[in-house]
Write a protein that binds this ligand. Structure first.
Ligand code: TYD
Ligand code: MG
Length: 454
């Protein structure tokens, strides 16, 4: 009997990074290419409740479908609401992912307090910290007296029980990787447990109309399932990122069924928790006012939010063998491309020089508008010609060394003008020029370099 049931238990080797199942163990996941991420897991059998509880769905005309009231919940923390797409929609499931220690629990508790302030019924399920630790954190954030229900458990059945006993507007689970259901005998944190728990909670949220926020740690050791295995199960994925050694944090949506994914929220980690950053551009600019070689300022546009960012380059003669290329905050291949364009189209001897490029404040940049300032900073360092500190450069550079227009130029110029920049070198002509800023619309890289460098 025992032999028989044993042979029937199905197992698979599941990737903890992306959730792809393999029938045999192998060193590399065929789904995401990660090494040593496969662990053997028992496949969850369909739970009895899931099959028995399924009611027959009826076919109806799209026009007859009753729409749930779209009134959602706003926390009043602008940086948070904006990234969510304006509000938390009843029934939606949000995954808040980020490295351990980045501030997910802090953000969640602050949001919980803000929602409780608006008389919403909030349940905070804490599987990582005890309720006493949560209380201490709340005291530190000066929200210890808010009407938040706290449940210290890692048992999925206790959480669903709490759902059933009281109707909540908002349920926060910190973190989904600690939650496990007793009916599956795989340990907490495995792909099967994490998926099943998230699946059940999301279904309950949808049925009850509560908004659900799940915290998911980004994991590196490969033993605990990462947030990636949940992405398809949730409506919105928010990632909280930032350099641990720096104080600012960026909240981004990488998937959002209810809003745009281009918005970002900026926070600063302080002794009293996370504070919204009012003047974000100031974070990513250095303090100096004088002209320097190798430093150029760009205006990025993240969603509807313009952001001034400084790029620094250091170019030195290469002494040994292969020249070094080190990029911080920029893709290495992007840097290689930029150097190839400078070599071929600009005639600059990049092949005999080491090049180091870094973005102030530790930001990661992928926007094409950043091409021009990066190239001008590199040429400035190579040729020892300074760039005026009050000049902002915005433009995408093609492989042919021509400049291409960028989007949302008006917003970018307005932000540069607001922060006291007096000159903009850009790739397209513009209708509205903010007062106090002189605009040079140029067509080629060579032209931009001539105007930018003294
Ligand atoms: P936390 O929210 O616990 O991170 P996560 O849940 O993502 O693992 O925050 C961790 C860090 O934030 C921790 O190193 C301490 C710091 N912190 C502050 O600087 N100020 C504060 O008010 C709080 C609550 C935490
Ligand atoms: Mg935490």
């Amino acid at each position: 009997m025992s032999l028989k049931s044993k042979s029937r238990t199905k197992t698979a080797f599941v990737c903890t990074a992306c959730g792809t199942a393999h029938s045999k163990w192998q060193g590399q996941c065929k789904g995401c290419g990660e090494w040593n991420s496969l662990v053997e897991e028992r496949l969850p059998t369909r739970s009895a409740s899931a099959t028995a509880g399924a009611s027959a769905a009826e076919v109806q005309r799209l026009g007859d479908v009753a729409t749930a009231s779209t009134a959602g919940y706003q926390s009043g923390i602008d940086e948070f609401d904006r990234v969510l797409g304006g509000q938390l929609v009843p029934g939606m499931t949000v995954l808040l992912a980020g490295d351990p220690g980045i501030g997910k629990s802090t953000l969640l508790l602050q949001a919980a307090a803000a929602f409780a302030e608006k008389a919403l019924a909030v349940l905070y399920v804490s599987g990582e910290e005890s309720p006493a630790q949560l209380r201490l954190r709340a005291e530190r954030l000066a929200v210890g007296d808010r009407a938040i229900d706290v449940l210290g458990t890692t048992d999925l059945n206790e959480i669903t029980g709490a759902f059933a006993r009281k109707s909540y507007n908002l349920i926060l689970v910190d973190s989904i990787q600690t939650v496990a259901a007793a009916q599956f005998d795989s340990p907490p944190g495995t792909v099967g447990q994490v998926r099943e728990a998230a699946h059940q909670l999301a279904a309950l949220a949808k049925m009850s109309g509560a908004a659900l926020v799940l915290v998911g740690h980004v994991t590196k050791d490969g033993m605990v399932a990462g947030p990636k295995v949940l992405e398809h199960l949730v409506d919105t994925v928010l990632t909280f990122e930032g350099d641990q050694s720096l104080r600012y944090r960026i909240l981004r949506a990488s998937k959002n069924r209810f809003g745009s994914i281009s918005e970002i929220g900026l926070f600063e980690m302080t002794g009293q928790g996370l504070l919204a950053v009012d003047n974000p551009s100031a974070l990513f600019l250095s303090e100096t006012e004088s002209s320097r070689t190798g430093a150029a300022v760009c205006c990025l546009c993240e969603g509807s939010r313009p952001l001034l960012v400084e790029v620094q380059a250091l170019v030195t003669p290469a002494n040994y063998g292969n020249p070094q290329r080190v990029a911080g905050g920029l893709d290495n291949r992007k840097l290689a491309l930029i150097l190839a364009i400078l070599e071929k189209r600009g005639g600059y001897p990049m092949g005999t020089h080491d090049v180091f490029v870094s973005i102030a404040g530790g930001l990661r940049v992928t926007e094409p508008a950043f091409d021009l300032p990066t190239m001008v900073a590199i040429v400035s360092s190579l040729t020892n010609r300074p760039i005026d500190a009050r000049t902002v450069l915005i433009g995408e550079v093609t492989l042919a060394g021509e400049l291409r227009p960028v989007t949302q130029l008006d917003l970018r110029l307005a932000e540069a003008g607001r922060l006291g920049f007096s000159r903009a070198i850009i790739s397209n002509s513009t209708g509205s020029v903010p007062p106090g800023i002189s605009v040079h619309a140029v067509g080629s890289l060579a032209e931009a370099i001539e105007i930018a460098l003294d």
